[in-house]
Each structure stands twice: as C-alpha cells, then as structure tokens.
Design a protein around this ligand. Sequence first.
Ligand code: IVH
Length: 677
Amino acid sequence: MTRGEIPASVRKEAERLRRDIEEHDRRYYVLDDPAVTDAEYDRLLRRLESLEEAHPALQSPDSPTRRVGGQARSTFSPVPHSRPMLSLENVLTEEEFGEWWDRVHKTLPDAEAAVEPKMDGTSLSLVYEGGALVRAATRGDGNVGEDVTANARTIRSIPLRLKLPPRFPADRFECRGEVYMHRRDFEELNRKALAKGSRTFANPRNAAAGSLRQKDASVTAGRPLRFTVHSAGELPKSLGIRTHEGFIRLCRDLGLPIAHFPLTVCARKEEAVAAWKKWREERPGLPYEIDGIVVKVNSLSGQNALGRTSKSPRWAVAFKFDARQAETVIRSVEFSVGRTGAVTPVAKVDPVSCGGVTIASVSLHNFDEVRRLGVGISDTVLIERAGDVIPKVVRVTRRGENPGEISPPAECPSCGGEVFRGALEKEPEVAYRCGNPFCPAQLERRLLHFAGRSGLDIEGLGEAAAAELARKGRVGDFADLYALKKEDLLDLELFADKKAENLLEEIRRSRTRPLSKLLVAFGIRHVGDRAARALADAYGSLDRLMEAGRDELLKIPELGPVIAESVMKFFSNPSNRAVIERLRKAGLNFTEEKRRAAPSPISGLRVAFTGELEWLPRSQLQELVRRLGGDPTDSVSKKTGLLVAGKNPGSKLEKAKKAGVRVVTEEEFRKLIGKGS
Ligand code: IVH
C-alpha cells in the first residue's frame, strides 16, 4: 500500500458510516422515529468527519458531512424548470368540488383520483443525476426558479443521494414537493428569535419560505425544515410509471420523504369528499399545517389527456378547508349564567363561516378577558376556531365607531338576583356571579350537566328541555326529575305525547347508572370523571362515601386536598343531603360494582393514545382500558405508563419519548391486552 492510498477497512467504515447516518436522518426526519440519541448521531458524524479529514480522497459532495458548505451569496442564480411548476385551482365547497369532478369525468368517465393533504409550505424542485442531488430550485415564476441547492442540502430529510436499485433506467430524476415546518418546531424557532430580539415569523409557511431563501446556507441549516414529495417534474418514459400513486411509491423506494403513505385512491366523488372531511377532522391534531387536500387524476395518461390551462393543470384541484380564522363584527353582548352562577359575556356577531361552521356567537370567557382584548360592541374582531375547540376572539382588528363598553351586569339576566364579584373556593379566576342558589339559569345548567353524557346520560334532556323545566318551575332540583309525571310535561311546549313518555322512560332508566356517574352528575366542584371513579371504586357506596373524613379521602391517590375539601363540603351541606335522601327514595342506585379484579397487563397503568387509531374509536379504547383496570388519560406526563401511538402521532409522542414513557403501536397494544388481530 502506497502513501495516500486508503486502506480498504477505512473505506468500508466510511461507507458504513454514511449509510448509517443517512438512515438515521431518514428515521428522524421522515419516519419521525429516531433509532439513536442525538449524542450517538453526533458521534457517528464526527467519526466520519475525522476519517474524511485524515483521508481527503474519501471526501465527496454527497457525504452527510457536507450538508453545509460554500459561501454566502448575494443572489440566487435562475434555473429554468424542465416543465413549468404550476399552481392549483382552488375549490372551497362540496358543490364546487363536484363541478370539477364532473368536468373531469366527462372526458374520462372512469378516472380514479388520488388524494393527498395539501401541505402548507413552499414548493421545491429536486434534480438528481446518477442518484446524486445536483440541483434544488424554488418555484419562482413557474418557468424559472431560483437555485437554492446549497440551502436544500442542509434539509436533512432531503437525501443527498438516492437509494437507486441496480440498473435504474433513468440517469436524471426530478421530483417536486413541499418544504414545511412542524408547528412545534416553528414555535420553538419563534421563541428563540424572541429571546434574541430578532424578527419572528407569522406562521410556519412564512418561516419555511423565509428559511429556504437565506443567502447564507448555514442559517438555513439551523432552521427545522422538512420536505415531502408531492409531484413529478420531467418523468422519463423508461421508468414505466403509469400513475401518480406509482410515482409516489417509486419516490418512497428511492428514499425520498413521503409524509403520507399509502395514498387514498378514490373511484367515486363521495369517497373524495369523505377523505376531505376526514383530513379536516384530523387537521388540528397533525404536527404540521395543511390547508386542504389535493385531488389528482391518478393515471398519468389521463393527466396528459386533460392537459392544463395557462396557470394550472386540469387534472388536479386544491379542495381547501375553510379558514380557521374569520373577521366579523360584534353587534351585542348577552350574559350566560353557568352552573355555579358565573356570569359569562357572550358576543353576538354577524354570522360568519369559520373552520367549517357558521358562527353567530362567541364566548368572551370573563371580564378580565374583555379588558385584555380591549373589545367593545361594534368592533370588528378576528375570531378563530381550531378544530372542535370553541370559537374565541383573537384580537380587535378595527375599532367600531363609538364602541359600546362591555361591562358586567348589575343583575342576573335570568333571575334578577344581585351579581357580585368573587371567587369560589380556591379558584384562580375571579368571576362575576349570580348569588341566588335558586336561579333558574343555574338550575338549567345543573340539570344539563346531571343529564349529560358523563353524568346520568338522560337522552331527551338537552338544552331546550332543561331550560323549559327550570324556567317553568317544573323542576327545582335533581330529585324533582324523578317525581315528574306525564301531566307535568304535556302542557310544556316541547313535549307532545310520545316525547313526554320517552323522556320519563329515560329518566326512569337513569336510576340504575353506577355511583361513579351519579357523582359526576351531582356537579361537585373539581370532581370530574377520574375523581368520581376513584371515589366510587374506593367506597363502593354513597353511604360509605358520605361518612368519609378528610384524612381517609386523602388516602385515595387520585385525590388532592382541593377535591377532598370540595367533596366534604358538598356532603355536609344539608340541602344536598336532603336531595340525596329523596333520590334514594326514588330508587336511584347508590353503589358501584367492583371492577374486574383479575390482573391485566395494564392494570394500574395510565394509558394515553395519540394519532389515528384504526381498531376502535378512541372513546371505546378508553373504556376498554378502564375495564382492564387501567386508567385512560388525555395527556402525557412522567406518570403515564403507556402511550399507544397510531398513524401520524401528535406531540404526545415526543413528550412520551422525553419522559421515558413506554410507547407501543396499536398492533402491539392489541397483542398486549390479548386482543391481537
Ligand atoms: S401538486 C401541478 N400536491 O400547493 C400541481 N401540490 O397551489 C403540482 N402543495 O405549488 C402540485 N401540497 O407547492 C401538490 N399534495 C400536494 C401539495 C401541493 C402542497 C402546494 C404546491 C403548489 C401549491 C399549488
């Protein structure tokens, strides 16, 4: 061996390191499932760097050590695109989508369509030659883009070389996709920028676009960018690809990141609409922003047959979601009175469509919030509705002329009782409250809670019925419900013959619900599902629970001093006791059956779920966990025993990994509890 020659063992080690690092990049950025710690990853990269330094002949531009390099530049060179990078026509409603679908099917009656989420980022074209990344370009004006190769190389989900199979039939391969950012990475980036006093980005899309177009690639390298392929550039015939789905599969096999696989392929319009609804529902839980779906004719020959207009292809459409924010004007404010008498200001606004529903009223939460927002009647406000979250006012966008002040009412809008400002027990917030314990509005809310899903689950006792029963004085407390007769209901607006009978039957049926449900139904402050269950399990009967002292209650692990105090207070109140005695006479079940004692692999474990779960709806999974002696939870903390992660897991997964919580797939979970498929 002469000087300068590289020993075979070193060459081999370097090649293995490169492959391992590439695979770790893929696992981290593409699969979101790292196999090694950051420290281990750094160790591999440093080892490769030192080998390349010792043996310069090993260096090559596609080495993972060379992601960042070169000089900062003052401009980006223009790059003509092999075929134009088009934009997409938008449709906003099912009707508009239907028109697009019908138009396509007039020409191609049997066309199937592939559905993908529309990633909210910025587009990028990647060109590979001989498997090596040679050019990355932005969309630019669609015909000519900007050369951002140095920047794209720093994005670790973009492979610097493809996993080419032997005898790959194309030397040049182009794909296009979206550069985007995870929401939590975006927030972290802004947090850091704020701490340094630098400019923050308005949203993940701007952050992605801004970061990709940095003059200095080392700045881009520090930005948490990701990439996912969504379309082809020039596609050599030799590849034999016939469908969009086939193209995406090929990209995946070449090691390119595909955020969503497999794609949904639809033969009927209704399926595409269902997919649109599914993604709309999942949108809030995704780690990144999507603003709709893209529906594409799957067959490439079909795409060719349909062609394009000057701006966009006829074979694809962006089926957008309704914006989650909208502007509207506050016309008036009403006050709603809650279960505990808290008076909440509710803004009545000009109806607007937002996040898929029409919104006509928005809660302002409390008067501190009104002050913080500086909002008044006639102001134009930006409202937001993220997923199934209750709409809220984000900020005032334009003051109205003579905005009317929103201040607490002196009297309860329901009973005319005095409204005072005060906290209940150890509550952090100081609310305005109606002090009248017989206030019909409060009673109405209490009845609704009593009859709600997590309470005694009385179907037919919804908002309208609770309001009528409370306001017309037919029911003054929970026990009165069980004394109701058909005649009491028949002269009320809501109850025709059959409906009255149904409600009475439902009320009768509610008597057998277990103690844990009854405890929730009582609406004892701070006692939700979990505490109620713990109390019912620990005592088995209401009579035993009512005798429990403070110290005894505190022995139950799920209970803290605030809950214990609140429980004691509730049961020592003579009027509550009186209602309870009447409920006993009415025949309500005051006991809880012992839960199955047989040990299961999850007994005593707190179990959380994240992502799309296919086997059962989440509520049923939670019930199953309960039956097996586990404790279903919504959030992840150190105390969580097990996280079941489905497809597209949310931030809970990251949290669980950090906290060292055991994570299993849905399949593994089924096996664990003996229900494997
Ligand atoms: S296909 C010719 N698929 O949306 C059609 N585009 O308004 C090529 N985008 O510039 C685009 N997700 O950057 C396609 N799944 C997806 C997409 C997607 C996001 C972006 C893309 C394009 C813009 C069109």
